[in-house]
Design a protein around this ligand. Structure first.
Ligand SMILES: [Zn+2]
Length: 56
């Protein structure tokens, strides 16, 4: 559910991380390339195993 649906939208609802889709929880956690890249870099830095949900 996005912020606009919850009545919390202020202006543009496009994802500020990648700018290619609406800013929703599903997008940020599953489909956002920028967020997934940051998670992947943290896993590399931490030498931890990346979750299989990351789609790079
Ligand atoms: Zn995004």
């Amino acid at each position: 559910m996005d912020l606009a649906t919850r009545g919390l939208a202020y202006g543009d609802s496009t994802c500020p991380m990648c700018g290619v889709a609406d800013e929703t929880a599903d997008h940020l956690l599953d489909n956002c390339m920028t967020t997934n890249a940051v998670c992947w870099m943290v896993c590399v830095w931490d030498k931890s195993r990346c979750p299989t949900a990351l789609k790079l």
